[in-house]
Design a protein around this ligand. Sequence first.
Ligand SMILES: C[S@@+](CC[C@H](N)C(=O)[O-])C[C@H]1O[C@@H](n2cnc3c(N)ncnc32)[C@H](O)[C@@H]1O
Length: 199
Amino acid sequence: MSGGYGDIPWDDIYAAGEHRDNWDRAEPAPELIELIEARGWPHGARALDLGCGTGSDARYLADNGFAVTGVDISERAIREAVERTSADSSIEWVRADACDLPLDDASQDLVVDGACLHHFTREQWDDYAREVARVLVPRGVLFVRGVSVKHRSDNVLRREWIERVFGSGDFRVESMRDFTLIGAGDREAPGLRAILVRT
Ligand SMILES: C[S@@+](CC[C@H](N)C(=O)[O-])C[C@H]1O[C@@H](n2cnc3c(N)ncnc32)[C@H](O)[C@@H]1O
């Protein structure tokens, strides 16, 4: 497995510090805070941050009582996440592909994805959905957010793909809505967010 996926060289991007100019933020995503505050999970619920980057969302989840695993395909992202996290944190950081997770079946109550799935091709969406369905418990939640306009790659979070991939079978679409995604330096982009529930 290389540090890239498709044609995006994630390790090189992190090495060049491009994440700091584009998406990386010290604070957790406002829409994630909104979800956690609105919904409420029991203390100790298990959460997986897919494409965790340098880990702001994963740290927020851990600070709010979740047992957290942060997964990213980039070794450099994981290294930076570890550096930014206090040594006594229980977060488990794992370098892995979101479509091939070294996690047990039905081991997660919540999976969050901030701008990872939106880089995938349509074929990769099927692999991703299969793998997330495998690790989620029944009625577990997948919360995906990403840009809905073309950016780094040709792929974006598309309503049609969410409906097609998550609208039947292993998932149901609980909600899907447009929002403004905040990136590095408070840069804004049109985004789409969806709550998908494991059936
Ligand atoms: C735009 S960044 C977002 C990072 C983080 N979620 C955030 O909001 O700051 C996308 C992340 O997805 C990771 N990624 C891309 N493809 C992946 C894959 N197949 N499996 C796991 N992580 C992947 C990248 O390395 C990168 O850290």
